[in-house]
Design a protein around this ligand. Structure first.
Ligand code: 6PG
Length: 467
């Protein structure tokens, strides 16, 4: 047997992806650094094992693949990917394709793509979203690299990907690091969606004194409406769960310090580099960082007293729903704005509507709203999403809810950093005459940096404060 595709790295995601590929009818060669893990994986593969070809050495693995070879790497991002490429290269032929399907930093994928171009060896960097379940049953796939390399494996990626109706959630995004950039922004939005949900959870728990079961019921109800999404759905399930050891709600036994592997942070860093503000995502990353400062927060509470204090929250549940809707639209507007800026900077020509389309199913941020975003971006791909008629309409109806929630949260002392960032972005982007004239005046005052006059449009002007 010669396998049509090979996969290296049988960790949780790699193992799930290999089973998905083989189940879709592609003979698959597999290799893992440790043979014991490969044996364990083969033992768990059930009926699918007969179509898997495991190898104990990299050399045997390469020999078990049909030429030209297609090899997916599912090893940890960073140095392990470079090390594996270096080990593979002497064993490969010129037209053998390496596909990095891990959560790579897009800058690494760019570098690897350019290095591959120099050596003539094809390379793809693909973003794969959906966690273990997605990898096994159908992830969302965002491709980057040479289009000819993508075309070679597109039929496999299409087959294994999630489907939205009849449409496969697997798309070529652009050259070099485009696929991993889109995946990174997906993760940044994932952070923001999760943080905004956590903020409204905090208001329900602390401001309204609701127990987890009541909170779970609210999330379950919201999941039937315009907020319908995987993250709202699982938030309800998390809130509804009981700790088998203590009988307490699971949420009450989980430490309030969020982990992170770094992709959200990369999104915020790239947003700053590109001068494409993604303030809701930036706030969500900062909130995760602050969540880990447990003793410092306890110190603050000892000095200033616990926040939040309950205030008049009558009717707030409906307002919270509106707040999440408005916050989400503002956040996605920033995410798509960031994608646009990167597309221009790196000459990717990112297909904006397609990005929304591949996020409709399989990935962590999948939601009903993404289908409408895909429609809006098809009609007006270059327009700020908040200004697309459908979303402008929704914002007109929901921004007051967001505003009231933030006002009440501020008065009670409940931190709502991501929702606040979303509202400030919305308000900034509907203020034609802003306040940066003051900043320009200050800059000119202390540094003679000059300013543009409003009346005649001339630049390099100075104020009467010049020494
Ligand atoms: C996905 C997820 C996944 C991510 C985890 C954890 O799309 O499947 O984004 O890629 O690694 O969600 O991310 P953090 O550890 O950074 O929260």
């Amino acid at each position: 047997m010669t396998a049509e595709i090979g996969l290296i790295g049988l960790g949780t995601m790699g193992a799930a992806l290999a089973l998905n590929i083989v189940e879709n009818g592609f003979e698959t060669a597999v290799y893992n650094r440790t043979w014991s893990r490969t044996e364990e994986f083969m033992g768990s593969a059930g009926d699918l094992a007969s179509r898997l070809q495991p190898s104990e050495t990299l050399k045997d693995f390469v020999s078990s693949l049909a030429s030209p070879r297609n090899i997916i790497l599912m090893v940890p991002a960073g140095k392990p990917v470079d090390d594996m490429i270096a080990q593979l290269q002497p064993l490969l032929d010129q037209d053998d394709l390496i596909i990095d399907a891990g959560n790579a930093n897009f800058r690494d994928s760019r570098r690897r793509a350019f290095e591959a171009k120099n050596t003539g060896q094809p390379f793809l960097g693909i973003g794969v979203s959906g966690g273990e379940e997605g990898a096994r049953k159908g992830p969302s796939i965002m491709g980057g690299g040479e289009k000819s390399a993508w075309d070679r494996v597109a039929h496999i990626l299409t087959a294994i990907s999630a489907k939205f109706g009849d449409t496969a959630c697997s798309t070529y995004m652009g050259t070099d690091g485009a696929g991993h950039f889109v995946k990174t922004v997906h993760n940044g939005i994932e952070y923001a969606d999760m943080q905004m949900i956590a903020e409204v959870y905090g208001i329900m728990r602390d401001g309204l004194g609701m127990d987890s079961a009541a909170i779970a019921a609210v999330f379950a109800r919201w999941n039937q409406g315009p907020l319908q999404s995987y993250l709202i759905e699982i938030s309800g399930q998390v809130a509804a769960a009981t700790d088998p050891a203590t009988g307490k709600p699971m949420l009450d036994v989980i430490l309030d310090a969020a982990g992170q592997k770094g992709t959200g942070r990369w999104t915020a860093i790239e947003a700053l580099h590109l001068a494409a503000p993604a303030t809701t995502i930036e706030s969500a990353v900062a909130a995760r960082n602050l969540s880990s400062r447990l003793s410092e927060r306890a110190q603050g509470e000892a000095i200033f007293g616990a926040a939040p204090q309950p205030v008049d929250f009558d009717g707030i549940i409906d307002l919270l729903e509106q707040a999440l809707l408005a916050g989400k639209i503002a956040c996605y507007a920033q995410g798509f704005g960031l994608l646009r800026a990167a597309s221009d900077e790196f000459s990717w020509d990112l297909p904006m509507a397609e990005v929304a389309r591949v996020w409709r199913s399989g990935c962590i941020i999948r939601s009903a709203m993404l289908d409408d975003m895909a429609d809006a971006l098809t009609k007006t791909p270059d327009l700020n999403l908040m200004f697309a008629p459908d979303f402008a309409h929704r914002l007109k109806e929901s921004h007051q809810g967001l505003r009231q929630v933030i006002a009440k949260a501020a008065l009670s002392g409940a931190p709502v950093p991501a929702l606040s960032a979303a509202l400030s972005y919305f308000d900034t982007m509907r203020t034609a005459r802003g306040t940066a004239n003051m900043i320009q005046g200050q800059r000119d005052f202390f540094g003679a940096h000059g300013f543009v006059r409003l009346d005649d449009g001339t630049s390099g002007n100075h104020g009467p404060w010049a020494m």
